[in-house]
Ligand binder design. Structure first.
Ligand code: G3P
Ligand code: MG
Length: 269
């Protein structure tokens, strides 16, 4: 018999993705501020280590897509990374206008985790910190990030939710911060999800929205887990997923999905 998770977690109905990726450059302070300006209460972002071991908000192994710089994050020291403007991809996809809460180009640099924490506290946001290690650094990335987060995060606030596709990262998170909730990230539901989630002490299951099946949501709920789907930007898909029982939608467009639940059918896109 699978035992129930040690914690239960009240996920929000809507969570910003990489801050609010469609409203400001992903994984930047501008993106966190833009998410806060929509009224969303939680944001997801990715954490990776620089060459000299500084945890920063970043998604890709290479610097090119978002900053235009050559090389990889794993080979780049923090001094270099912190000076990079991370708005290249945003500018190409969405035009140059950054959303509400924007205070200048400095907010579009690659932020350290420490800077992000200050910004989250300022905006009263709860983070879903996705550990996004470069190959070979799964445990170390979680250890460094969790060590720092435990020092910086105020004890009187909801603790961060730590998620990862890497089981080794979740195991390290469990060792370093056993009392903080963990989310099991997967594309679709793996065959061994029950054993893996129990072993890693996870409280939530985060699936690619295209792979979410109603019976999987029901099974996860019956086992005591909350279910999140990423990355959901359209209102029709959002309604369908809520209809399947998904608890939380992780979205580039929190402005579009917030409040949608109570809006009449046909509202929005
Ligand atoms: O945490 C949900 C989502 O961010 C996972 O995918 O590639 O956008 O980090 P990705
Ligand atoms: Mg992510």
């Amino acid at each position: 018999m699978t035992s129930a998770p040690a914690f239960s977690l009240q996920l929000p109905r809507v969570m910003g993705h990489r801050g609010a990726k469609a409203l400001a450059p992903e994984n930047t302070l501008a993106s966190i501020a833009a998410a806060a300006a929509t009224g969303v209460k939680w944001v997801e972002f990715d954490v990776m280590l620089t060459a000299d071991g500084e945890p920063v908000l970043f998604h890709d192994e290479t610097l090119k897509r978002t900053t235009g710089a050559p090389g990889t994050m794993a080979a780049s020291p923090f001094e270099l990374v912190r000076a990079l403007d991370a708005s290249l991809d945003f500018g190409r996809k969405y035009g140059r206008r950054v959303g509400a809460g924007f205070r200048g180009r400095a907010d579009c640099r690659v932020p350290s985790l420490e800077e992000a924490v200050a910004c989250l506290i300022e905006h009263s946001l709860t983070p879903n910190v996705e550990i996004k290690p470069t190959p070979g650094l799964a445990a170390e990335t979680a250890e460094v990030a969790l060590d720092q987060l435990q020092r910086l995060w105020p004890q009187d606030r909801l603790p961060p939710l730590i998620s990862s596709f890497q089981r080794e990262s979740l195991a390290a998170a469990k060792r370093v911060a056993p009392a903080w909730p963990r989310g099991f990230l997967a594309e679709g539901l793996p065959a061994d999800w029950r054993a893996a989630m129990a072993e890693l002490g996870c409280v939530s299951l985060h699936l690619n929205w295209r792979r979410v099946r109603q019976r999987d949501v029901a099974a996860a709920h019956a086992a005591g887990y909350a279910v999140a789907a990423y990355t959901v930007n359209g209102t029709r898909a959002a309604r369908r997923l809520w209809g399947k029982g998904v608890d939380c939608l992780i979205t580039d467009r929190p402005d579009r999905l917030l409040g949608l639940e109570n809006a009449p059918e046909g509202a929005g896109r």
